[in-house]
Design a protein around this ligand. Structure first.
Ligand SMILES: O=C(O)CCC(=O)C(=O)O
Ligand SMILES: [Fe+2]
Length: 509
């Protein structure tokens, strides 16, 4: 980052910090307010710049800059040693398995033991033995294999840590089995979710919708997120569709092409609702502190599907950049369930908010952190989850506020017998009645606000605020979402703290 940019970023940060430290609504100076909004919406770009500076090969916003995945892995090997001391065997195994995905877990553990726990040496040893096409010289130790199977099968009963451990910066941890996912990402993965027949039927219906997609390309996501893929929005019925066309805004625009659920979407909705509600209840008991739901989460059993984005990624290079989903109509601590169909692609998750350590309640939005609690705020690596045909991914309640996700461009893909090169993903969402467009605050431009969280300012970490979204609006002919200068100017800079009750419904003062 140049010194000039550095200065501008610092200035914006100071300003934002001043707002964030205040408990009063807004900053009156319009230029200053605009800076605040810019700062917030530029957060992703800054992260990008920071990562570039430190040499992360992965792209945040610009898939064109992506290097081959192997770069991530090489980087992980090169830089691995410095972090290895602190890492658990599980973590090392997961990392090693991401480097050597074809080797069975027993072999990975044996390699690790042979190399005294060094992931880099174990990976090198594995590649040298396989390149020489010799049988591995590592002795088979049945007791170790037995231990691993026991611990693997234990992973269903082993406690999932909360907060999750940090993935060391620069590393991409490929989680190769669904059971590994919740130990490193705020998500769960459920393969073969539907019967093969229903999955196939759903895929065919989606493929029939896809040719008329495209209009919303770039529109559905944050303005500084590149999304070279196509998408459309679906709701339950025509009444809701009409409400959406008039009232619901995404990045400062209304969506006009709102569709109703296809017949098979209707069939799967209750299956997903029941399953997700069960998963949420299980998570409350087994994962969240004190077996209590997180503050602002919907009460158990209340998650229901109102709407869905359907995304289509046609070919290896279509992707979506790092973003978190817009909370405006979903509210805080939302759960999002998505089903993947067709080509398997890689979904990545990276924590962007700090964690509070040394406390039983690690990160609680909208609450003050007790004095003396220690924050751990560090750039983190990313988890990579491969989403095969007919898998259901649940992004749990802690996901949107503190993590970002992306769909990574691939080097090559395995064509699917029905979908060819296409991947379809349907993200099912639960919009809140209490956050209907007629209920949420309007800014001085007369437009419904956008709901966001503070992710950078320690004193107000996780606080929610309503802000003007007019500055986020697209020029009608604009397609280059990375070129922020071309975005519509304007916006009133309105900012006001958002308050929610324990179940996440808004409190209006
Ligand atoms: O395609 C996916 O798996 C993710 C799509 C996504 O992030 C979204 O719809 O917000
Ligand atoms: Fe998303």
């Amino acid at each position: 980052m140049s010194r000039k940019n550095d200065f501008i970023v610092k200035k914006k940060r100071n300003f934002f910090e001043a707002f964030a430290k205040s408990k009063t609504p807004a900053v009156e100076n319009p230029v200053a307010k605009k800076q605040v909004l810019e700062y917030v919406s530029n957060a992703v770009s800054e992260e990008n710049a920071t990562h570039e500076k430190v040499g992360l090969n992965d792209s945040i916003d610009n898939p064109g800059r992506l290097k081959e995945d192997q770069d991530d892995l090489d980087g992980a090997i090169r830089r691995g040693d410095e972090d290895e001391e602190e890492e658990s065997t599980d973590f090392k195994l997961a990392l090693l398995s991401s480097l050597q995905p074809t080797l069975p877990p027993e072999t990975l553990l044996e390699l690790l033991l042979t190399c005294n726990g060094s992931v880099s040496e174990a990976a090198e040893l594995a590649s040298s033995s396989s390149s020489k096409k010799q049988s591995t010289s590592i002795p088979t130790q049945s007791s170790i294999s037995t231990f691993l199977s026991a611990s693997e099968s234990d992973s269903s009963t082993r406690k999932i840590p909360f907060p999750l451990p940090a993935i060391p910066k620069f590393k991409t941890l490929h989680l190769t089995t669904p059971s590994q996912v919740p130990f490193y990402a705020p998500a769960t993965l459920h393969p073969s979710f539907l019967t093969p027949e229903i999955a196939n039927q759903l895929l065919l219906e989606c493929l029939a919708e896809v040719p008329s997609f495209g209009k919303y390309e770039f529109r559905l996501f944050e303005r500084n997120v590149s999304s070279p893929h196509t998408a459309s929005f679906f709701v339950r019925d025509e009444v809701m569709a009409a409400q959406h066309r008039r009232g619901y805004m995404y990045n400062g625009s209304y969506l006009d092409d709102i569709r109703t659920f296809t017949p098979t979407m209707r069939t799967v909705v209750p299956l997903i609702e029941n399953f997700v509600n069960d998963q949420i209840s299980e998570r409350i008991i087994n994962v969240y502190p004190g077996s209590q739901k997180l503050k602002h989460m919907l009460p158990p059993g209340k998650w229901h599907i109102t709407s869905a984005f359907m995304n289509c990624y046609d070919g290896a290079k279509q992707s979506v950049g790092w973003h978190s989903d817009q909370l405006t109509y979903l509210g805080p601590r939302t759960v999002i369930a998505s089903i993947s169909l067709g080509v398997e692609r890689e979904f990545r998750l990276r924590r962007v908010a700090p964690v509070v350590v040394d406390t039983a309640v690690p990160f609680e939005p909208d609450s003050e952190v007790e004095d003396g609690k220690e924050w751990k705020w560090q750039p983190e690596g990313q988890a990579s989850i491969h989403l095969p045909h007919n898998s259901l991914l649940i992004m749990h309640a802690e996901c949107q506020e503190s993590w970002k996700h992306s769909v990574h461009p691939a080097n090559n893909i395995q064509p699917h017998p029905v979908a060819g090169g296409k991947r379809i993903n349907i993200t099912f969402r639960c919009y809140r009645q209490s956050l209907r467009p007629d209920k949420i605050p309007k800014c001085k431009c007369g437009v419904g606000c956008v709901l966001k969280t503070v992710q950078r300012v320690k004193d107000r970490m996780g606080w929610y605020f309503w802000g003007c979204q007019v500055g986020n609006q697209w020029k009608d002919d604009e397609e280059d979402c990375d070129n922020k200068d071309k975005k519509k100017e304007g916006g009133c800079g309105y900012l006001i703290w958002a308050k929610f009750d324990d179940d996440g419904d808004p409190i209006w003062e």
